[in-house]
Write a protein that binds this ligand. Structure first.
Ligand SMILES: O=C([O-])CC(=O)C(=O)O
Ligand SMILES: [Mg+2]
Length: 569
């Protein structure tokens, strides 16, 4: 493994120590500057003649790289082009990504990354990160030793079983940790050498993948039960030994494993599950912003959640925690949130085996009190009985917020909060343009995937993105600067409150629940500050920071994609 070393000079300058020369240096994406190597560096590193004459700047290179991405029409081709850039020159990749974040986030991340994961074995070019399979049992320590850099602070780990709302994509799921970490670098400034995407590739039950001759993954049915837990335990302990300062983000596990893995290792190493906890914080932020716009406090809202998977349960938990903080308790607390799975409202006269659903199951008496004793308790019946002020979707089923339901919400509430959060775009519970039409432009919308602004009357409505990308980079950055030993629920509450507070007066007036993605880096810094404070207050920070010290600590931890002068190591 290789150290990444920057030296500070007496005059305040900084230099990067580079262990490569010549063609090998040009082939290394962390050190490569392409045409921007200076004449002096070309001599010092044996690059003379290997580059064309003109000495470029990162700005000019960024224009060239962006031009070549724009020329491609198919988003998947843009994804492939950007991945190739990332594999060639990471500094330039992040410069381009940051300069065009609104345009390129939907390529590097949701929704295009979903298509890339589905096609992964067919578009694969070059490995990135680590792949751990059952064949590595007993020697995961050694495998982690092969990671290219030794001071990793952040891992995103997936077992690929529930990639976005697309299900089991086997080894193709690797696109998700890579995309999430690209956002960590772009939004939170975590240096690429400090990040490590990891695929816990324990096989797949996706028959089409198993039958595909080009499939790149571990070609077996999924490992399950004690063998899965044992392999994951070995991985977690190996991570602790190899990267003792690292935080782990669990991503896109299917519900059962998602909760078990999170609970089992929460105290072993600082870790969180983005789909359970990050998604919850973004949903809560949308609810809090909605309350700011409508003036109806959260404690007086009636909230319905469709979808009781990892995200749905996580959202219900965090909203409940916020309501408890606001003083709600007992039956009023239970009644504030109604959860539905594919069988309808969760009520205890139904057989519900899943312990996580039981946390939000209503007593039959409560359902009866709302006129939901007999007959269907599907979403239409629940909306007509409860007249909810907010409707959130994590069902993974497109079209599950149809016209009659949205119209019923709009008839009962002047400004209903409606968040179809399932990803990618094709799986959204409703399309924003429809929701806006059906509610005469009154809906307060947040969607999991990005959607274009919708013209309505004489205005254009920007659709806020209810995506955990507004949360996880700030949580990770705040946890890292405060050296949090655990990631607590209060840190997610703080993140949600801060995200809601970052929605400005202009957006509130326009009925937008979330800031523009163009402000992702600024919002991330703000969220990180609140998370660092919450970590300190929860007593989990090994480096508790005073409020006054937090901004400088965050700024010092953030990398800007620009080239440093180089010196041979
Ligand atoms: O990746 C995203 O866009 C949000 C997310 O975590 C998911 O849908 O699983
Ligand atoms: Mg996810």
């Amino acid at each position: 493994m290789e150290p990444y070393r920057v030296v500070e000079e007496a005059q305040g300058g900084r230099k990067l120590l580079v262990p490569y020369r010549g063609a090998r240096l040009l082939a290394h994406p962390i050190y490569n500057k392409g045409t921007a190597f200076t004449p002096e560096e070309r001599v010092a590193f044996g690059l003379d003649g290997l580059l064309p004459s003109a000495v470029g700047t990162i700005d000019r290179q960024a224009v060239r790289a962006h031009e070549s991405i724009r020329r491609k029409e198919d988003p998947l081709e843009k994804y492939i082009g950007l991945s190739a850039l990332q594999d060639r020159n990471e500094t330039l990749f992040y410069r381009v990504l940051l300069d065009h974040i609104e345009e390129l986030l939907p390529i590097v991340y949701t929704p295009t990354v979903g298509r890339a994961c589905q096609r992964y074995s067919h578009i694969y070019r070059r490995g990135r990160g680590l792949w751990i399979t059952p064949e590595h049992a007993g020697r995961i320590d050694q495998v982690l030793g092969n990671a290219p850099f030794d001071d990793v602070r952040l891992l995103v780990v997936t077992d690929n079983e529930r990639i976005l709302g697309l299900g089991d994509l086997g080894a193709g799921g690797m696109g998700i940790p890579i995309g999430k970490l690209a956002i960590y670098t772009a939004a939170a400034g975590i240096h690429p050498t400090r990040t490590l995407p990891l695929s816990f590739d324990v096989g797949t039950d996706n028959q089409a993948l198993l039958d595909d001759p080009l499939y790149i993954g571990y070609r077996q049915r999924r490992l399950r039960g004690p063998a899965y837990d044992a392999l994951l335990d070995e991985l977690v302990h190996a991570i602790r030994r190899r990267f003792p300062r690292a935080l782990v983000q669990w991503e896109d596990f299917k519900k059962g494993n998602a909760f078990r893995v999170l609970d089992r290792h929460r105290a072993t190493l600082p870790s969180f599950n983005d789909d359970i906890e990050g998604t919850a914080a973004v949903a809560l932020a949308g609810m809090l912003t909605g309350a700011r716009i409508t003036g109806i406090p959260l404690t007086q809202q009636r909230i319905v959640i469709l979808g009781a998977g990892a995200a749905g349960v996580g959202i219900a938990r965090l909203i409940r925690a916020e309501l408890e903080r606001a003083g709600l308790a007992g039956p009023a607390l239970t009644a504030a949130i109604a959860c539905l799975d594919s069988g309808g409202l969760l009520v205890d006269d139904r057989r519900i085996d899943d312990e996580h659903k039981r946390e939000f199951t209503w007593p039959a008496d409560l359902a009866r009190a709302h006129g939901l004793a007999d007959g269907p308790r599907d979403l239409a019946a629940v909306v007509s009985a409860l007249r909810p002020t907010a409707l959130l979707g994590t069902s993974g089923e497109p079209g599950t917020f149809p016209e009659p339901i949205i119209r019923a919400m709009a008839a009962a509430t002047r400004r209903p909060v409606i968040m179809p959060m399932s990803n990618p775009s094709d799986l959204s519970e409703a399309r924003p343009a429809d929701v806006i039409t059906w509610t005469d432009g009154r809906a307060l919308l947040g969607t999991g995937s990005p959607f274009h602004p919708v013209p309505f009357g004489n205005r254009t409505i920007r659709i806020g993105q209810a995506n955990n990308a507004f949360i996880f980079p700030g949580v990770g950055l705040g946890a890292l600067v405060s050296e949090a030993r655990q990631i607590t629920q209060t840190m997610f509450l703080a993140a949600a409150e801060r995200l809601a507070a970052e929605v400005d007066a202009h957006d509130l007036a326009a009925g937008c629940l979330f800031p523009s993605v163009a402000h992702l880096r600024r919002v991330t810094v703000a969220v990180a500050a609140s998370v660092a404070r919450a970590a300190r207050d929860a007593g989990v920070a090994a480096r508790p920071l005073d409020d006054a010290a937090i901004p400088a600590a965050i700024a010092a931890a953030m990398w800007e994609p620009s080239y440093l002068p180089m010196e041979p190591a």
